[in-house]
Ligand binder design. Sequence first.
Ligand code: AMP
Length: 214
Amino acid sequence: MKIVMLGAPGAGKGTQAKMIAAEFGIPHISTGDIFRANIKEGTELGKKASEYMERGLLVPDELTLQLIMDRFTKDDCANGYVLDGFPRTIAQAEALTESLKKAGEALDYAIDVDVPDSAIVKRMGGRRACLSCGGTYHVTFNPPKKEGICDLCGGKLSIRKDDEPETVQKRLDVYHAQTQPLIDYYSEQGILRTVDGTQEVGEVFQSIQEILNA
Ligand code: AMP
């Protein structure tokens, strides 16, 4: 099963992608997580990516495509994957379609987790992330057991630079300009499915399961 998650930053697509990955035994591939891991390790790619990420801008397609195409060659992708945060531009989506076509493959679904901007702004202000293991929380909707501490590794939780209020608005603007056109792109391919992302996490997942098990 090959799935693309669509939705604005903060719509909850990462949380849903992790749940899909666990349920269907496929890897969850998040370009944002891969970039953040590279930043933490101080790699060349990380240095280049952070210049864009900290400003709420997209990392250039060339760098992103290089990274994701390499990831697809790993053994764990044999039975598919759930992509979270990729593709984010029409050029990336076309590159993905082409590379799959060459291998005689195609995506199964593009799932749009739909949430209005006003709700996104509210949600993102409460997001906290563990810089050690990448665990994500929300002060209201998904709090850690102990305030400020990661349940998974005991690391300290903080606000990601790109979740700060001024960056959030920039990321939403970038989403509408560059990523939202993918909704039409996948709708034309007949694989777009939309779920109401304002529901509870479990309800959103149930809607997704109904689509994937249909
Ligand atoms: P995310 O964790 O998916 O919200 O991604 C965080 C940041 O990483 C984004 O705001 C972009 O700067 C960068 N990024 C992640 N995925 C992509 C992509 N497919 N294309 C370009 N930039 C990306």
